[in-house]
Design a protein. Structure first.
Length: 230
């Protein structure tokens, strides 16, 4: 019962949704991919635990990014392999140790959320804009079907992960942007190719979007409370 109460009804909704989606894919395609199922469920567990400020998110994050790297390698998605294998995997270890050093007094699992200053937010916007524009131009040169959306998801994911490790609540604005951009990308892919699988992938990112909005609310409130007590 203690385990059941650990997650809120909303968080159980997210976990149930991603599980159901895996079975939907199975019934639609007639195929069951165990690695993909573990990766997607671990991914949702990770973002739910991040939203709760719980350090165990890094365990599930490591499982998710490791499996996703392996799956991407198998299909030749080298950009995804590089992003996940060379950045996300080591960041799980870095994040774990940085979060462990920032745990609340008397608690071994939760961290203090904080906000960027207005000046830092301006610099964040400028840096992200430059990265997205530069990356988009490069991807356009290589005939990416959605170069600037692809650049947005790639670079904002990197910056958001850094902010997550540093426990800044502004990470959630970037994750929301990443999720919306990815949903649009897969929607465009469905329009171009008519593959129903693309809609299923887009629906998974809708789950991440819901959790990002939830995480933003929790972390913003936590950061305000922390600033009042300091």
């Amino acid at each position: 019962m203690k385990f059941l109460r650990f997650f809120s009804p909303y968080e159980w909704f997210l976990l149930t949704t991603i599980t159901v989606l895996n079975f939907v894919v199975f019934f639609v395609t007639g195929q069951w991919d165990t690695l993909s199922a573990i990766a997607t469920v671990s991914g949702v567990l990770c973002v739910v635990l991040v939203a709760k400020g719980h350090i165990s998110n890094y365990l599930f994050g490591l499982i998710q990014v490791s499996l996703y790297t392996y799956i991407s390698w198998g299909v030749g998605y080298w950009g995804e392999v590089a992003l996940n294998g060379l950045y996300y995997v080591p960041m799980q270890f870095i994040g774990f140790f940085m979060w462990r050093n920032r745990t609340r007094e008397g608690s071994r699992t939760r961290v203090k959320a904080k906000n960027l200053t207005n000046r830092q937010r301006i610099w964040l916007f400028v840096i992200c804009a430059v990265l997205i524009t530069g990356g988009g131009l490069v991807l356009k040169h290589y005939n990416d079907p959605a170069p600037f959306l692809d650049s947005t998801t790639t670079f904002l994911s990197i910056v958001a992960m850094y902010l997550m490790v540093k426990t800044y609540s502004e990470q959630w604005y970037l994750w929301i942007t990443v999720n919306v951009s990815t949903i649009i990308m897969w929607g465009m892919a469905f329009i171009r190719e008519g593959d129903a699988g693309h809609l299923i992938i887009a629906s998974m990112w809708c789950v991440y979007l819901l959790n990002s909005v939830h995480g933003l609310i929790i972390w913003s409130n936590a950061a305000k409370s922390s600033s009042l007590t300091n």
